[in-house]
Design a protein around this ligand. Structure first.
Ligand code: SF4
Length: 123
C-alpha cells in the first residue's frame, strides 16, 4: 500500500445522510484511498472533491424588455476555480425577452465545455 501524505475529510452533500468521507491523497495529488462512504455516489463525490471540486453555478440576469429577472444556471457543474469567471460571463450577457426555459444562453462558458441555460420563461 502506498503511503498517503494527506487525509482530507468531506461531508457528502449528495443526500441528506451527510456521510463523513475520508480521502487519502499522495504526494502527487492522486487519490489513494476513500473510506466512510455508504454508496458509490458518495465515494465518487469525495474523490472528485479532493482533486477537482466542481459546483453548479446559478445566477439571476436581466433581459431587455422585461422587468422580471431571469434565472440561469450551468447545465452541469463547473470547476470550482472557474466560478468567478463564469459569473462574469453571465453578468456580461445582454438578453432580450422572450427567453424560454432551457434556452442555451452561452454554449461553452469560459471554455469549460459547459453551457449556461435559462431556467424559466420570460415573456
Ligand atoms: S455517501 Fe451515499 S449515503 Fe452517504 S451521504 Fe453520500 S450519497 Fe448519501
Amino acid at each position: 500500500m502506498q503511503l498517503a501524505t494527506e487525509v482530507r475529510t468531506y461531508t457528502c452533500i449528495c443526500c441528506p445522510l451527510g456521510c463523513s468521507i475520508e480521502v487519502s491523497i499522495d504526494e502527487d495529488g492522486c487519490v489513494t484511498d476513500v473510506s466512510g462512504y455508504s454508496c458509490a455516489r458518495g465515494k465518487e463525490y469525495a474523490a472528485n472533491e479532493a482533486i477537482r471540486p466542481e459546483r453548479m453555478v446559478t445566477a439571476i440576469v436581466c433581459a431587455k424588455g422585461c422587468l422580471e429577472p431571469l434565472s440561469v444556471k450551468t447545465a452541469s457543474p463547473v470547476p470550482k476555480e472557474s466560478i468567478a469567471e463564469v459569473l462574469e460571463a453571465i453578468r456580461a450577457l445582454r438578453l432580450e425577452a422572450p427567453v424560454r426555459t432551457g434556452a442555451v444562453l452561452i454554449e461553452d462558458v469560459c471554455a469549460t465545455g459547459i453551457a449556461v441555460i435559462a431556467t424559466k420563461d420570460i415573456p
